[in-house]
Ligand binder design. Structure first.
Ligand SMILES: [Zn+2]
Length: 492
């Protein structure tokens, strides 16, 4: 029996605004789509939070034995400034400013994105499709929407008729916005737009002469509207009715609302059963913004190179910090909060290291099955990672009590205990026990210091001290090698 058969998972559905029992479209299978990054700059820490949460959800589904197809796209065209239908393509603008090809921008930041996710121990999604790789399919969907009477062409651009759609559907079903209020931004009202109604959104935009990224279509040389790619790629890879669609809260409107309208127009039904949205990440209690300097990149946390931080933190500490908050709550990132998480993380890893060395007794004084049940119950309650972590720390207390002889565990329970701790800490939360890596960083610092002192001793012709440093290091297995480039070392 697979684990999912004995675990009833509940998911908070942004569409119904309630926690619902999760029932996949196809038993034992899950189709999940998460809106990926627009690759015109380094991945944002707020986006990292979103992707990290869905990584943990993905990991939990796999742990439960589901076969998961996880699609996370790369937006490499069509995403205009201000998330609206006017303005320049974000990638094309960056390319123009830096005088490089748009695809160079895409390549640079896609590589950066993958590099960051690898450092933070993400599992790769099953498919990572790009908008530019699906232009043909996007043109086909626009034709379909026009055929269904909800798309119209004006001057080479095609728009979605929100007012007409809303006559027999509910535009605003996800975001709760009223159609009268759903005016994307004031710029749409400045008379520059061809739209029939300001609420309408672009399916295809005719490219002006400056626009570098352009494709042929029946309407003009241009590019697809940003919302279209997700409708196209989710239905292509997951079908026109799939289980989970996720993203940051800021995507609920207009992006996800528009996705629903497009997909429903083509298939005749709601495309997604469970909509999931992650909440915002603040930095020192304020919104993150490059312009105010209240801003930090995921990579800077790992190097400590940001004035907000007192030091560098390991990727697992950042992961642990993220999982200490519920994904639907606002999370405030700060140096103090990370330092507190680091203490907790070390305490946990200390316990994990001694877990396999615990000695067993004939009977157990602690109830491992009850504890295990609570761990699963926390995750089954809409992925409540902070509650899971509190149970994991109950596990840490067990470990310490057993070590100190204040509690006992029998061998069956110990196997169960180790398996469950490993599953939740490493497989589901995706933490790594990199405490040893930290120790080797410290050794490197100490040996480098001794090499520097030996060099100074040699410069002062203090051969006794210089030989003493070399010999005593060798005695503990650290061999110094003098070369043209300076002194290096190896550990045997
Ligand atoms: Zn999307």
């Amino acid at each position: 029996m697979k684990l999912f058969e004995e675990n009833q998972l509940k998911i908070y559905n942004s569409l119904s605004k309630t926690k619902e029992v999760f029932t996949p479209v196809h038993k034992g299978h899950i189709g999940m789509y998460v809106c990926g990054p627009t690759v015109y700059s380094n991945v944002h820490l707020g986006n990292l939070r979103t992707f990290m949460f869905f990584d943990v959800a993905f990991r939990y589904f796999l742990h439960l034995g589901y076969k998961v197809r996880y699609v996370r796209n790369i937006t490499d065209a069509g995403h205009l400034e201000n998330d609206a239908d006017e303005g320049e393509d974000r990638i094309a603008k960056k390319a123009r400013l830096e005088e490089i090809e748009p695809m160079e921008v895409v390549q640079r930041y896609t590589v950066d994105f993958h590099d960051v996710l690898k450092k933070y121990n993400f599992l790769p999604p099953s498919i990572e499709p790009t908008a530019t790789g699906h232009i043909v399919e996007q043109i086909e969907m626009i034709k379909d929407i026009i055929d269904k009477g909800l798309g119209y062409e004006i001057n080479g651009s095609v728009y979605f008729d929100v007012i007409a759609y809303n006559k027999s559907n509910h535009y605003g079903i996800l975001s709760g916005r009223k159609i009268e209020d759903a005016i994307h931004n004031t710029r749409a009202l400045d008379g520059q737009s061809d739209k029939r109604n300001p609420q309408d959104f672009a399916l295809w935009k005719k490219a002006d002469e400056r626009h570098i990224m352009r494709w042929s279509s029946p309407w003009s040389e241009g590019f697809p509207g940003w919302h279209l790619e997700c409708s196209v790629m989710s239905s292509k890879y997951l079908g026109d009715k799939f289980d989970i669609h996720g993203g940051g809260l800021d995507l609920k409107f207009p992006h996800h609302e528009c996705e629903i309208a497009q997909s429903k127009t083509c298939s005749g039904h709601d495309p997604v059963n469970y909509w999931m949205h992650t909440n915002m990440l603040l930095l020192n209690g304020q919104k993150m913004a490059k312009s105010t300097g209240n801003y930090i990149l995921p990579n800077e946390i790992l190097t400590g190179e940001n004035k907000i931080l007192s030091k560098a933190f390991s990727p697992s500490v950042v992961r642990f910090f993220n999982m200490q908050a519920n994904y639907r709550s606002v999370l405030d990132f700060s140096n103090d909060a990370l330092e507190a998480s680091e203490k907790g993380y070390y305490k946990l890893m200390d316990a994990m290291t001694s877990l396999s060395n615990l000695s067993t007794q004939k009977s157990s004084s602690i109830n491992i099955s009850e504890w295990k049940h609570k761990c699963y119950a926390a995750m089954n309650d809409d992925f409540n990672t902070p509650v899971l972590i509190s149970h994991i720390f109950e596990g840490v207390r067990f470990i310490n009590q057993i070590k100190e002889g204040k509690a006992s565990i029998n061998s069956n329970d110990l196997v169960n205990f180790i398996t469950t701790m490993n599953a939740f800490v490493y497989d589901v939360l995706g933490l790594l026990n990199d405490v040893n890596d930290q120790a080797s960083d410290k050794i490197d610092g100490v040996v480098s210091l001794l090499i520097k002192l030996r060099k100074e001793a040699r410069e002062n012709k203090d051969w006794d001290l210089s030989d003493q440093i070399r010999d005593e290091l060798l005695a503990i297995g650290i061999q110094l090698k003098d070369g043209r480039e300076g002194t290096t070392y190896s550990i045997s």
